[in-house]
Design a protein around this ligand. Structure first.
Ligand code: ATP
Ligand code: MG
Ligand code: MG
Length: 406
């Protein structure tokens, strides 16, 4: 038997893989529910794994039978089974709570809830599906003007459930693409920058009175292209001194207030918009490690977001603050391109990039390259470099990453 509790993980993609990589040196066993060749299983061999899909209730039950506590790498899962397992006589705790997962997997409900708690979110309104959809979208256009964002309530990732409605001419296309799913409309946010704050949340929701602790990571800037995150900058570019401190404090405070409203332990990502008048709006949250936190592996090695996920779930000690070991960090996502080896020049260039005070770290996930699929990432760190200097050192890599998408 393993000496420490077995963590059962629903989903074994790259987030699961990096969780397993963080778990191995800590001797924390992870049982993964996914296909046999899933990225997480490629780096973690044990006898507790379950082969199959996290979309099947029977497989989740089988995983629970092999585990002491359950967690997820994806929020699009059947929360009824998790609720049943977490509340059974012989309960298997689920972290973060199934309540959090159920709330956030519906982006419309998630933001209604945050708004009801007085948190700043973009205005949104429900859109009817079926025959009422056109009128409903026209009402959204009348209230918000063009463009507005039409979003699927559920199962969205990498912007796959988003449709930018730029003019009345787009309404027909929006209707034919999104007519069959439950949608909502969101006011367009003319943000000057997208930010993200990861937050560690520890709490024992079975033991009343236990102190809840919210620990934010430094704020990062995220850059999306075609709705997919392509670059992450720490600290955000173009801010320094007082102004950086002010925006950071504001973003971390909002992020902690948001995560305070949820349930269970773990790490959470809070995606934010920064507006021209220095307001922060919450876009959405992810109840798990997140693309915007990958650079913590090298920037905050003593408590990466993956180690934090394990630490929070297992209720182990956390530091008082999360201070980076480097002055700057930049993450570049490696996406699949039009051909199976379109990304290779980027990897070769990354492996040949050396400079004093610069760290370059390639992470490939063992996934087949498909167009726009996240198959790896590269993190660059600057021991003393500013984020502008680090970006300049990465210019060739950023250029090569762009060519993959063309
Ligand atoms: P994720 O992979 O982060 O889960 P998702 O499919 O849930 O993505 P969103 O986070 O809703 O999609 O949106 C993706 C991106 O689209 C945002 O990061 C932002 O760049 C842009 N976007 C979303 N909503 C708006 C809005 N209301 N106004 C302007 N841009 C928006
Ligand atoms: Mg999302
Ligand atoms: Mg998002």
């Amino acid at each position: 038997m393993f000496p420490t509790p077995v963590i059962g993980l629903l989903g074994g993609g790259q987030l699961g893989q990096m969780l397993c990589e963080a778990a191995a040196p800590l001797n924390v066993p992870i049982a993964v529910l996914d296909a046999d060749d899933a990225p997480a299983k490629q780096v973690n061999r044990n006898t507790h794994h379950v082969a199959g899909s996290f979309k099947e209730a029977s497989k989740i039950r089988e995983l629970a039978a092999n585990s002491d506590v359950l967690t997820v790498e994806i929020e699009h899962i059947d929360t009824a089974v998790l609720e049943e397992l977490a509340t059974a006589a012989k309960a298997v705790p689920v972290h973060p709570s199934w309540k959090t997962l159920r709330l956030v997997q519906n982006k419309y409900e998630q933001k209604e809830y945050f708004a009801s708690k007085g948190l700043p979110v973009a205005e949104q309104m429900a859109i009817e599906s079926g025959t009422g959809m056109r009128t409903s979208m026209e009402q959204a256009a009348a209230s918000y003007g063009y463009p507005f964002m039409l979003k699927a309530r559920k199962d969205s990732y990498d912007g796959r459930g988003n449709f930018k409605v730029s003019s009345p001419e787009d309404l027909a296309a929006a209707e034919s693409e999104f007519g069959h799913v439950a949608c909502y409309a969101e006011k367009w946010v003319p943000f000057v920058m997208e930010l993200s704050v990861m937050v560690i949340r520890t709490e024992s929701d079975s033991a009343p009175g236990v102190t809840k602790k919210l620990l934010p990571y430094p704020v990062v800037e995220t850059v999306h292209e075609d709705n997919i995150c392509s670059y992450v900058y720490m600290p955000p570019r173009g801010l320094s001194g007082e102004r950086l401190a002010q925006i950071s404090d504001m973003a971390q405070a909002v992020a902690c207030r948001v995560i305070d409203q949820l349930w269970g332990r773990g790490v959470f990502a809070v995606e934010l918009f920064l507006t021209a008048d220095d307001r922060i709006l919450v876009n959405e949250i992810a109840p798990r490690p997140h693309n915007s936190g990958h650079l913590t592996i090298e920037a905050i090695p003593y408590m990466s977001q993956f180690k934090a996920q394990l630490t929070a779930i297992l209720d182990r000690p956390l530091p008082a603050a999360l201070e980076p070991h480097v002055a700057s960090a930049l993450m570049i996502n490696v996406l699949g391109g039009a051909t199976a080896d379109a990304h290779v020049p980027l990897l070769e260039a990354a492996q040949a990039t050396f400079a004093k005070g610069l760290g370059v770290y390639v992470h490939m996930y063992g996934k087949e390259a498909k167009p726009s699929r996240k198959i790896g990432h590269i993190t660059l760190t600057g021991t003393t470099m500013s984020i502008a200097e680090l970006e300049a050192s990465a210019a060739q890599l950023i250029e090569l990453a762009k060519t993959i998408r063309e």
